[in-house]
Design a protein around this ligand. Structure first.
Ligand SMILES: Nc1ncnc2c1ncn2[C@@H]1O[C@H](COP(=O)(O)OP(=O)(O)OP(=O)(O)O)[C@@H](O)[C@H]1O
Ligand SMILES: [Mg+2]
Length: 258
C-alpha cells in the first residue's frame, strides 16, 4: 500500500513546448509505495508530465523533488543517479526487434553494471520468470503476442531493480483479461521490488483496481482539476469534468471494475 513518506513532490510545475503552455500550477505528492495514476483526456500532457519526472523534459517553472533532492537543479551526475533508479515502459513500448528477449532485457544490465555475462544471463532469466516468460529467452519480439511483448518490456524496465516504475499506457492494445493480468503483475512487482509506481492510463477498471493516488489533468483548463485516491474522488469529487471521466459519462458514483 501507499505510505505517508513523500517519494516525488511536484510543486508549481508549468510544462511548455516553446511558448505553448500545456499545463501550469501542478501541485501533488506521490508517496513511497503509491500506485499513482496520471489521468486526463488525450493530448492534455500526461506523457509530457512523465517526461518531466524521468529527466527528459525540463520544467518551464516549478520543481520536481525526489525526497529532498530538487531533481532539475541537481548536477547532471546526481540527476543521472536518480534516473538509474527508475524503470520506464514507454507509450510506444518498443523492444529492439532484431534482438531476442534475453538480449533486450540484458541491455540495461550491460550498460549500467560490470556484472559478468553469466551473472547477467541468470538475472535476465529471473526477470523473465517474474513476468511469466520463463523459457522465452531466445524468442524474438515478432514471435510473441502483444501481451507477451508488454511483459517482456516490463522485464526490461525492472532489470536494474528500480525504486520507481513509470508506465505510459501499459495496457493499451490488450484485451481486458490480459489488461487485468498486467494489473496483477504490476501489483506483484510493486510488492517484490518495494517500488513506487506511476502509471498513465485511461482504463477505469485498472484505475479502481490498483491506484492508491492520482492526478487529473485537463487540457481546457490547462491545469490539474483533482488529486487523490480515485475511489475517494469518485465518491466526493464535485468537478463535473473529473466526475464525467471517472464515471465514463454516466455520473453513477459506484465503483465498476468491469
Ligand atoms: N516534442 C514535442 N514538441 C512540441 N509539442 C509536443 C511535443 N510532444 C508533445 N507535444 C504536444 O503536447 C501536447 C501533449 O502531449 P502529450 O503526449 O504529453 O499528451 P498525452 O496526454 O500523453 O496524450 P495521449 O493520451 O494522446 O497519449 C500535445 O498537444 C502534443 O502535440
Ligand atoms: Mg501520452
Amino acid at each position: 500500500m501507499g505510505t505517508n513518506v513523500p517519494a516525488i513532490t511536484v510543486t508549481g510545475l508549468t510544462m511548455a513546448y516553446g511558448s505553448f503552455v500545456l499545463q501550469r500550477d501542478l501541485d501533488f505528492t506521490i508517496n513511497r509505495g503509491d500506485i499513482f495514476v496520471i489521468m486526463g483526456g488525450s493530448g492534455c500532457g500526461k506523457s509530457t508530465l512523465l517526461r518531466h519526472m524521468i529527466g527528459l523534459k525540463q520544467p518551464a517553472a516549478g520543481s520536481v523533488r525526489y525526497g529532498d533532492a530538487d531533481f532539475w537543479n541537481l548536477a547532471d551526475e546526481d540527476r543521472a543517479a536518480i534516473i538509474r533508479r527508475a524503470g520506464v515502459l514507454y507509450q510506444s513500448g518498443a523492444l529492439w526487434s532484431s534482438m531476442t528477449l534475453a538480449e533486450n532485457v540484458a541491455l540495461p544490465l550491460q550498460h549500467y553494471t560490470d556484472l559478468a555475462p553469466a551473472v547477467i544471463d541468470e538475472m535476465v532469466s529471473f526477470k523473465l520468470s517474474l513476468v511469466g516468460l520463463a523459457g522465452f529467452e531466445a524468442f524474438y519480439p515478432s514471435e510473441l503476442s502483444g501481451g507477451m511483448r508488454k511483459r517482456a518490456a516490463l522485464a526490461r524496465a525492472i532489470a536494474l531493480d528500480p525504486d520507481f516504475l513509470f508506465f505510459d499506457e501499459p495496457s493499451a492494445g490488450l484485451d481486458p483479461i490480459s489488461a487485468r493480468n498486467l494489473d496483477q503483475l504490476i501489483l506483484e512487482l510493486r510488492e517484490s521490488l518495494g517500488a513506487t509506481v506511476v502509471i498513465v492510463t485511461h482504463e477505469l477498471a485498472s484505475i479502481y483496481a490498483i491506484a492508491t493516488n492520482s492526478v487529473f489533468l485537463d487540457s481546457e483548463a490547462r491545469t490539474m482539476l483533482a488529486t487523490g485516491d480515485p475511489k475517494t474522488l469518485l465518491r466526493e469529487c464535485t468537478n463535473p469534468t473529473v466526475l464525467n471521466f471517472l464515471t465514463r459519462g454516466t455520473g453513477q458514483r459506484e465503483v465498476r471494475t468491469v
